[in-house]
Ligand binder design. Structure first.
Ligand SMILES: CC(C)(COP(=O)(O)OP(=O)(O)OC[C@H]1O[C@@H](n2cnc3c(N)ncnc32)[C@H](O)[C@@H]1OP(=O)(O)O)[C@@H](O)C(=O)NCCC(=O)NCCS
Length: 226
């Protein structure tokens, strides 16, 4: 389907049977087959996998969202690797009502109401920068996952996860951190994800492979000299 009311960068690649409405698709972004993008801002070099739905969300540069993932009312940082079959930003139904139908189904099945679920524009799920999420994780509406955090496969994230924490399980609990507290502070201070692409490329050797004190010091030098 042709994008409706959307701005697509000239170098954005839109594959087959997608549905894009009221959205912005950045330079070199990839929207794979059958993805649905509604009222969302997709940054440059972002890749959205097959059969994903991204609704009322923004995804910053260089982030990857794996196939068959659903994301609603979420703001995602840069250079995240978000695996497949994720559920991010799903909201609760009012289980105190006698019937679990949402406004959409009341309208469709019984013709009652306007069918428009109330849009709460104040509550977003926030995913930081450099986050890795394992497959089938579920991050509920309103939670913040800090920069550099790791979410294990099939985790159910109900509470905020601190930067650089590794959280697993149902409900998700922090089991450890990627680095010691001082290293985490230094990495958070660097904010390498905000560097120009050329600087990140030049620093690649220090960002890849196990982090050492020498690599961290060289990264701090890159930060000073950029
Ligand atoms: C979270 C993860 C990165 C942790 O890896 P790790 O550091 O090697 O962790 P360990 O194997 O040392 O496990 C530490 C503990 O956490 C538990 N654990 C690890 N991953 C878990 C998960 N996803 N869910 C529940 N518990 C988990 C382990 O059983 C272990 O528990 P124990 O101390 O009681 O024995 C990894 O297990 C994971 O979930 N990776 C995601 C893989 C994936 O989905 N890839 C998709 C492609 S991107």
């Amino acid at each position: 389907m042709e994008p409706v009311n959307s701005v697509i960068a000239a170098t954005g690649r839109i594959y087959q049977d997608t549905c894009i409405r009221d959205s912005v698709i950045g330079a070199d972004a990839v929207i794979s087959d059958r993805a649905v993008i509604l009222s969302s801002d997709i940054g440059e070099k972002v890749e959205i996998g097959r059969d994903c739905s991204v609704i009322h969300s923004s995804i910053s540069a260089g982030t990857f969202l794996g196939k068959s993932s659903v994301m609603k009312f979420t703001k995602v940082g840069k250079y995240c690797d978000l695996s497949w079959q994720l559920s991010i930003g799903g909201s609760n139904h009012n289980y105190k009502a006698a019937c679990m139908y949402t406004d959409t189904w009341w309208k469709k099945i019984f013709g009652v109401g306007d069918g428009l679920a109330p849009v709460d524009e104040t509550e977003y799920t926030v995913i930081g920068n450099d986050v890795w999420m394992g497959s089938k994780a579920n991050v509920v509406r309103g939670v913040t996952v800090g920069d550099g955090a790791v979410i294990g496969a099939s985790a159910l994230v109900l509470e905020d996860i601190p930067p650089y924490a590794i959280a697993v399980g149902c409900p998700a609990r922090v089991i450890k951190y990627r680095f010691d507290a001082e290293t985490v502070e230094r990495l958070l201070h660097l904010r390498w994800w905000d560097w120009e692409i050329e600087t990140i490329r030049a620093a690649a050797d220090c960002l890849r492979g196990d982090l050492t004190e020498e690599k961290l010091e060289r990264l701090e030098q890159f930060a000073r000299e950029r």
